[in-house]
Design a protein around this ligand. Structure first.
Ligand SMILES: NC(=O)c1ccc[n+]([C@@H]2O[C@H](COP(=O)([O-])OP(=O)(O)OC[C@H]3O[C@@H](n4cnc5c(N)ncnc54)[C@H](OP(=O)(O)O)[C@@H]3O)[C@@H](O)[C@H]2O)c1
Length: 310
């Protein structure tokens, strides 16, 4: 059983979407929490928001940073930064640091890796790179759990759509392509269940999907229109525009490296044709409740935005 009083949990990419949804659960269970981020801005805001945690800055591409932030850690929630040109190296380096900590008679006991749905999809570079991390982790000798979230509902800029007079969602691919969606609300709760009862989930791989049946962005925007009482259109933007605008945003507004653009552009092409489809059975079982439907998510988010929580 985890020793929630004494175990030290490390949460990586703590300022990101997934970890932000996990932290409120962990604050209620673990006493010793270390939050990792990369930038000064995130370090400052995490320290203000979670004063009873230890906030550390690290570049997960840097092996000595990984070793440093793993000191005395018992359990770790590993998320890797999006579209990193060397994502497989980041994952393998981090796993090596966990192994080294454990072999040096350290405290390390369990790694929960947030991967992605279908990491076997070779045409999606940001999925394919995670396949090798999963393989390395499975063969590492570490106690582990792998979670595989699908496309996140939170990618929709709901607050902006609510603000705009004539809202149009600029879709980076064909808005008629179907997706299975997950919300970070379900991801955070599921991850907490694993981290708080980790022995039960050793060597498991769970696909994380919230929506019971796939839907496309035209349908998603129709749901948003109904909830906010204003028509929201989904329109596909040009490929070049999608690549230049979206990848730059993911890179914090800075011009992205060529390799990062390639990862994003291939994803847009793939999504344009095939979308991303999975099944919500496993997530429902893990949560012990119905997974969150798209309309339910929109209603919850709209309330959060209106009450200034978002
Ligand atoms: N979006 C989706 O629909 C989706 C679906 C499935 C899986 N995923 C996967 O989820 C992962 C991203 O998770 P997320 O969406 O929760 O994150 P996110 O919201 O995109 O936030 C990015 C995080 O990465 C950190 N970061 C950036 N560069 C870093 C570096 N060099 N070293 C350490 N940390 C760094 C950032 O820290 P600062 O704030 O300090 O910069 C921030 O915490 C990716 O691996 C992606 O493939 C995404």
């Amino acid at each position: 059983m985890p020793d929630l009083q004494n175990d030290l949990i490390l949460i990586t990419c703590a300022s990101g979407k997934q970890s932000s949804a996990l932290i409120p659960h962990i604050l209620r269970s673990y006493q010793n929490i270390r939050l990792q981020c990369n930038s000064d801005t995130s370090a400052k805001s995490l320290s203000q928001k979670y004063p009873n945690t230890e906030v550390v800055q690290a570049d997960l591409f840097n092996a000595s940073d990984c070793t440093r932030i793993l000191k005395d850690v018992t359990v770790c929630w590993l998320v890797l930064p999006p579209f990193h040109p060397h994502e497989t190296t980041l994952g393998v380096t981090f796993i090596d640091a966990c192994i080294a900590q454990k072999e040096a008679r350290g405290s390390f006991a369990h790694l929960v890796y947030s991967s992605v749905i279908h990491p076997i999809l070779q045409k999606l570079l940001n999925h394919d790179c995670k396949r090798y991390i999963e393989e390395y982790l499975i063969e590492s000798g570490l106690s582990y759990t792998i979670l595989q979230p699908t496309h996140m509902m939170e990618m929709l800029p709901l607050a902006k759509l609510m603000q705009d007079e004539k809202p149009i969602y600029p879709c980076n691919w064909d808005p008629k392509t179907k997706f299975s969606f997950v919300t970070t609300k379900d991801v955070g709760e599921a991850a907490a269940k694993v981290l708080e009862n980790r022995e039960k989930h050793v060597a498991a791989t769970y696909q994380l999907v919230s929506t019971a049946s796939p839907l496309n962005y035209v349908e998603a925007c129709a749901i948003v229109s109904k909830v906010i009482g204003k028509e929201v259109k989904a329109e596909q933007r040009g490929f070049e525009d999608a690549v230049n605008t979206s990848i730059k945003m993911i890179n914090g507004g800075k011009e992205p490296p060529k390799a990062m653009k390639e990862i994003g552009s291939r994803m847009f092409l793939y999504y344009n044709e095939r979308g991303l489809i999975g099944n919500n059975n496993v997530l429902g079982w893990l949560l012990g409740r119905e997974t969150t439907g798209y309309e339910e998510w929109v209603k919850l988010k709209v309330e959060e935005i209106k009450s200034g929580q978002n």
